[in-house]
Design a protein around this ligand. Sequence first.
Ligand code: DCM
Ligand code: DCM
Ligand code: DCM
Ligand code: ZN
Length: 266
Amino acid sequence: WGTLGHETVAFIAQNFVAADTKVFLSSILQDTSTEYLAKVATWADSFRYTKAGKFSEPFHFIDAEDNPPDSCSVTYSRDCGKSGCVVGAIQNYTTQLLDSSLDKGTINMAAKKQFVGDIHQPLHDEALDRGGNSIAVLFGGVATNLHHIWDTNMPEKLVGGYTLADAERWAATLTTEINTGAFKDQAASWLEGIDITDPVTTSLGWASQTNQFVCTTVLPNGKEGVENQELSGSYYEAAVPVIQLQIARAGYRLAKWLDLITVGVR
Ligand code: DCM
Ligand code: DCM
Ligand code: DCM
Ligand code: ZN
């Protein structure tokens, strides 16, 4: 996701974490403000563009070598590359956050690596054309690529901007959907199978579920169905419910994950 998606996931998580979790994370991040998670939500994206952080580039995705739209699947042994992937990254930063014997700098960095957001973007669980980065598309007449419209253009068209205030507003809307609206009956099922002692199996489940949307919604008619096409019309309309669902799921799951970490610290 772009800035808007990442900050919205963080605000949703903030809305659902336990009081102890807020205390724990505010302390690690040295920020007791009401945006303590949202303010670091894009830190990992900036870090990967630095010399010191280049190693973390593959930590934002897993390159599923499946065959959309005919078959979609994610496997750890097949798809997590030699230099790492988002599933391995979630395991690593979770292990670090749980280990209070580590130095403060390491734990602070781990708390800023919020890869639970990215694993919920369908094209971050797909290898085809570098997660759609090499598929040229048009959006509102502007030449861009399929990955970029899922990360950024479509969420921003829906919300109307990408400021911190836009993210907070979108998060409030999705939080209401989870508590009392369209997601009320399914939100509990989003936490099924969540196991802090097995981050690989847990996050692989999130990746597999997310990757199914590559076959159904991202590339329902294959690459030919989107390449060089204008996607701000009916394609966008079909994508919006998936984007809303995936941002909501990511925030709700991140909250639970951070709660489990807070309870499990030793
Ligand atoms: N950005 C965004 N949406 C846009 C434009 C920019 O999320 N429509 C983000 C991406 C970068 C930051 O803002 O994190 C700065 O972008 P740029 O360097 O493209 O201005
Ligand atoms: N981004 C950027 N510069 C930053 C942080 C983010 O240009 N300092 C942009 C690049 C991507 C988006 O944010 O379009 C999210 O990154 P990713 O491509 O990993 O989803
Ligand atoms: N990306 C991805 N899968 C890949 C390669 C990249 O999901 N195989 C993501 C990472 C960034 C975006 O695509 O969010 C743009 O990547 P880059 O900046 O490497 O072009
Ligand atoms: Zn991306």
